[in-house]
Write a protein of this length. Structure first.
Length: 156
């Protein structure tokens, strides 16, 4: 009987020395964090979602930041579209849909148009020249890893 108690104490002491109770919360956090990253990393993109890469930049017109315009990238091969709006300093970041940021990898046709809050009449003319929107001449290649592109537009 004494031997069993002694053996039990010896196992308990060994367990405590190799895994101190004070480190238990840290180990749990590491295991749970690793499991979360593993599950998140294995999650598949939604069906039909193209390969995306981050795209951001600045839009200027005649050297001045162009606020409140919409920047749209349409992938030449797939027709997939990503949009972004410029802030007060002309900066934009594209979003494919919902929480999925970026644009389709490959060559894209770019359109930049003025955002309007209210419906406009037939006499309204976009201050951004047609060569950047309706009759766009802009192209941009989106590469894996991301693309930083500035659009320096001119009104002439």
């Amino acid at each position: 009987m004494f031997t069993a108690v002694s053996l039990r104490q010896s196992r308990s002491t060994a367990a405590r020395s190799s895994f101190p109770i004070s480190s238990f919360p840290i180990v749990c956090c590491l295991v749970m964090g690793g499991a979360t990253m593993l599950i998140g990393g294995c999650a598949q993109k939604p069906k039909g979602m193209p390969d995306l890469a981050p795209v951001s930049g600045v839009v200027t017109l005649d050297g001045q930041p162009l606020p409140k315009v919409t920047v749209a990238f349409t992938n030449d091969a797939t027709g997939q579209v990503s949009f972004g709006g410029t802030d007060g300093s002309g900066k934009f970041e594209l979003i494919y849909s919902g929480r999925h940021k970026g644009a389709s990898i490959g060559m894209n046709t770019v359109r930049i148009t003025t955002s309007t809050e209210n419906p406009v009449g037939p006499e309204w003319k976009d201050p951004v020249p047609a060569k950047y929107n309706k009759k766009t001449e802009l192209k941009a290649e989106v590469v894996p890893g991301g693309t930083l592109i500035d659009f320096e537009l001119t009104s002439k």
